[in-house]
Design a protein around this ligand. Sequence first.
Ligand SMILES: [Zn+2]
Length: 181
Amino acid sequence: MTVQPIRLFGDPVLRTPADEVVDFDRELRNLVRDLWDTMRDEGGAGLAAPQLGVGLRVFTYACDGEEGHLVNPVWTSLDEETQEGPEGCLSIPGFSWDCRRHRNVVARGFNEHGEPIEIQGSDLLARCIQHETDHLDGVLFLDRLDDDTRKQAMKEIRQATWFDGAVPTLKQSPHPLFGAR
Ligand SMILES: [Zn+2]
């Protein structure tokens, strides 16, 4: 097992945009394995490299019966449909809040060997792709919540046993609500 500790909300690495992967080497494959093992150990639907303290554009996912990893991902929505539903994050453990996302997306990127791949996802998988790609831009799903929900979320987080009291960095208007198109 190569389970690694997960960085928690308040850690600046979660607010730092990650770099494009340039070298598809053994180090990258080790990172993908660490992401995979840690995600599985925690029972998560997805995990992005910054959550392990690594500033590279890579995430793993396992939801809706689909699983794998994506390097240098770029996603687009397939239509105007949105979904509102509970979302959580391994870096904000123990909580979930309703978050609006696109319902149908396609993500393009590369596998660990540098071969181009494409994932098409709806519902949970689409939510996962958007959530994990946000991590690579230093964006957390808290930033996507409506104002009232975000205030409530921050109140709950401040009382969480794992929260170390560091001044939280919430981006007020980070990016367009719905990423690239
Ligand atoms: Zn997350």
